[in-house]
Design a binder for this molecule. Structure first.
Ligand code: NAG
Ligand code: NAG
Ligand code: NAG
Ligand code: NAG
Ligand code: NAG
Length: 254
């Protein structure tokens, strides 16, 4: 009897280990310590299934993880937080406001993680006085670029470049290159990826892997519980038998 339960526990363990391995093999990295890439993101040529032509394609550039935006170019992926759906990007040129100025997310599954406001980029032939702070990486010796509230009247020496909805205006106090380059994504409509021929749905993603693991753990826990219960009741029966025998012996002896 015990051996059957041992076999069941053994099989459950194998099942869990296999599932853990299978879900981990769906995750890849461009380099050791790099962001883990899994659904809905995918890497061309290295992961067979993904959301094709939907904006989630990443690529490995040397050791770095990168993403390409047609409106801007390549940005590096610093981290991907799947639970909070946050993609943290780094501009390799360290000019976040150049990214804000050019990046057009309208045809992508992404939008800024933080709430956006309309700001106008100004290109001025003369520097503006305080409190305006020019953006060094967009400015030159003879022109000065600023982000201003879009409702502000335009100074005479300036030309409007563009009004864009961005999470932050320029601040010289925040020099962190990654600041503000957080995107979030709308979960892709899985239907779109099942209907089209040979690239199939990646049906067991991270979430499902977790579910499988939990079910596995529950199964093992139940099996252990049941075997303990059965073992105990058998022990009890043994004990009762022994007590009966003892009682018989005592009766016989007296
Ligand atoms: C992915 O999309 C591109 C263009 O959008 C297409 O050329 C390619 O064949 C597609 N790949 C798969 C696997 O469907
Ligand atoms: C990539 O990683 C290898 C090994 O960690 C290292 O030797 C190499 O310099 C890295 N290359 C770049 C471009 O960072
Ligand atoms: C972004 O791209 C869309 C579609 O191409 C276009 O309609 C829109 O005007 C663009 N937005 C900006 C701020 O350039
Ligand atoms: C920015 O301005 C555009 C055009 O005036 C408007 O449609 C949009 O709602 C504004 N966005 C924000 C965040 O205020
Ligand atoms: C600002 O204007 C100058 C010339 O007037 C031009 O060379 C420069 O590219 C402009 N900068 C931006 C960010 O539009």
């Amino acid at each position: 009897m015990e051996s059957i339960f041992l076999v069941m526990i053994f099989l459950s363990s194998i099942f869990i280990a296999t599932e853990a391995y299978r879900s981990s093999s769906r995750t890849i990295q461009c380099s050791h310590g790099g962001p883990e890439i899994q659904f809905p993101f995918w890497v061309k040529f290295r992961q067979p299934h993904g959301c094709n032509s939907s904006g989630f394609e990443l690529f490995c550039r040397e050791n770095a993880t990168a993403i390409r935006f047609p409106s801007h170019g390549d940005l590096l992926v610093k981290s991907i937080l799947y639970d909070s759906r946050k993609l943290n990007l780094i501009d390799p040129k360290s000019c976040v406001h150049e990214v804000f100025l050019n990046l057009n997310l309208s045809l992508t599954p992404f939008h800024y993680y933080y709430a956006v406001r309309n700001y106008t980029y100004l290109n001025c032939s003369a520097p503006l006085s305080n409190p305006f702070k020019e953006i060094p990486c967009l400015s030159g010796a003879r022109f000065h670029v600023y982000t201003v509230e879009s409702s502000l009247p335009m100074p005479g020496s300036c030309k409007k470049i563009k009004t864009v909805a961005i999470p932050f205006s320029y601040s010289p106090y925040i020099s962190d290159n990654t600041f503000g380059l957080g995107l979030t994504w709308d979960l892709p409509d899985r239907e779109r990826f099942t209907s089209k021929g040979h690239h199939h749905i990646l049906s067991i993603g991270r979430g499902n892997g977790k579910a499988v693991l939990s079910i596995g753990i529950i199964v093992v826990a139940l099996v252990v519980l049941v075997s303990i219960t059965i073992y105990r009741s058998r022990e009890m029966q043994k004990l009762k038998k022994e007590q009966k025998l003892e009682a018989h012996k005592l009766l016989a002896d007296s």
